[in-house]
Structures are given as C-alpha cells and as structure tokens.
Design a protein around this ligand. Sequence first.
Ligand code: TLP
Length: 339
Amino acid sequence: MIDLRSDTITKPDEPMRRAMAQAEVGDDVLGDDPTVADLEKRLANFLEKEAAVFMPSGTMANQVAVRTHTEPGDEIIVEAGAHIYYYEAGGPAALSGVMCRLIEGRRGIFSVRQLRDALRPGDLHFPRTRLVCIENTHNRGGGSVWPIETLAEVCSIARQAGLAAHLDGARLWNASVASDVPEREYCRHFDSVSVCFSKGLGAPVGSCLAGTEEFIRRARRFRKLFGGGMRQAGILAAAAIYAMRHNRKRLADDHSNARLLADELAKLPGIELDPSEVETNIVFFHVTTMPAAELVKKLRASGVAVLALGHDTVRAVTSLEVDWQDIMRAVDVFRKICK
Ligand code: TLP
C-alpha cells in the first residue's frame, strides 16, 4: 500500500526505536522524568520561548492552549477551516466553553483587514474576545505557508486589541523548511505555540505547547484536568528528541515529492489541481468525473490510499513513508483509473 492519507501514518524507524529503548524515565506527573524535562527544555530553547510542556497529541496541546488563554463565555477568532475549530470534536465549546468567531481565509490565510472587521468594540452586548489562532502550515488550506509579513501584522493588530495569539504549528517544521524562515522567527509573534512530533517528523506520539513560564505553569494544570498527565513518558520524549534532531531537514524531500505528485496529477483528465499552490507536503485536488469517495475506493483497491475530504475533494500527503518511486507508482494507478 502506498499510503498518502496523512503524515500521521509515519512509523518510528530502528534508530528512533533504539533511542526510545535507551531513554531514562521517571514519573513525569511527579516531575521525575529526565527525558521529558530534556525535551521540554530543548524545545523551549529552540523556539525561543520560556517554557514548554509535553502533550499526548496536537489536539490536546491546542485545546489546553485555548483553555489557558480564556474563561467560559469568551470568544476566540479562528479561521473557518482551522484544525482547532474544524477537526477537534468541538473542543473549544466542550472543554473551554468559548464561542468561535470564524474568518474565511484564502487557503487558510486571512488578512489584517479581515481581522480588524472581526474585532468587537468594548460593549456589554458582546462576548469578550480573548484570542486569535493561526495555523501554519494550514492543513485544509492545502499545506499553505503564512507569509511572515502577514502573520506579523495580524499578530500585531491582535496585540494592539488586547488579544493573545496562539499558533497551531503542528507542521511549523514544514513551514520553516519551505520558506527558510526559522521556527523561532514565526514563534516570536505568538503568546503560545503548539508543535507536533508525530506527523512529518516521524515520532509515534507527542506534541509540545510552548509559552511563558507562567502560561505553561497554568497549562500543566489543564493538561492534568484533561487527562493528559503521563507517567514514564520519557520513551516518547526520546522519540521526539530524535525526530527533531534527525528528521527536520528531510522534510524538503516530502515537499518535492508532493510537488512531483501535483505536477503529474494535474495532467490527468478528471482532476483539477494547480501545482503552483503546493508549497509543502499536502496536495488537495478536485475530482470532476466521479464522487471523491468513489475515486478513493478505486485507488485503494489498486494499492494507493488517499482521503476524501469533501464530495469532490481529495487530499494526498507525502511523508517519510513514501519516496519518489512510490509517487510515480501511485501516479500510474491514478492514470489507469482516470482514463
Ligand atoms: N491533523 C490530522 C487530522 O486530524 C485531520 C491530519 O491527518 O492532518 N493541528 C493540525 C494543523 C493538524 O493537522 C492536526 C492533525 C492536529 C493539530 C492534531 O494533531 P493530533 O492528531 O496529534 O491530535
């Protein structure tokens, strides 16, 4: 099976497994796990934030951030296709009791003017808006990378309006590799940042939330409340440390494989796709001759797995589980089915 469903399907390789097996561990809820502490420190230094906390998932890292920034009845501003709103099971409402004010971005990216339009005057009729969330790269935006100037301006307007800013950086590594803007340069504009180790970086589990000492101290309490306090989690942190050290730079290969896939698919009848929009490892396209679900079924029967993300929309994601030969084999399968 050539698995292009997501970069979450990546499995730890032998050297990563060895690093996990050798990790020193302790009870992290009691503050005793040296490998978790090491990861949190390294990540905070790397992103130039004061502190970080290890989390079981990107979803928990985002939802703990929302909870830590807000009180029930507050409002957060979030892009309409953002993971925090679209794919986290109603977390903001269920776990934080907040309302989401949506902005429709272009490929997940919104403008300063759109943010200004969403800001509310201080008036007792309105909820208190507390937080703006940005996703970089933007998953449903097709792995799009926020231009650093737009991101900086949006965060500065948010700050002037007294709002905090959170970055869902599950794929921040991809954004940095694609744009050559270091991760810390993006992070500088945010009060909190979540990153994932279990997607393109290839670790089996784990994310981190980073911010000020005070923010992370409060976030640790919400992680516990949400059931995310882990005990001998050093074996997972060791995989994350290994992933950060060894698998960041190679994301460039995933990006060129995604571009190759996009270039080839764009030539096929029945597929609508603009390869110039493929900036990282995510390829979205439209199917014009059959429902997306039917194409997905046919591909699967011929050994290629992708996801239908709408009636006529399909997503394919490259990762360290596939090389360019796999991509060309997948293209052959697409070609047969489309013809
Ligand atoms: N994304 C998954 C699915 O949940 C859609 C995927 O296959 O792409 N932020 C972003 C931008 C994400 O894309 C994801 C996962 C998360 C957060 C959540 O991470 P996990 O799965 O660790 O909770």
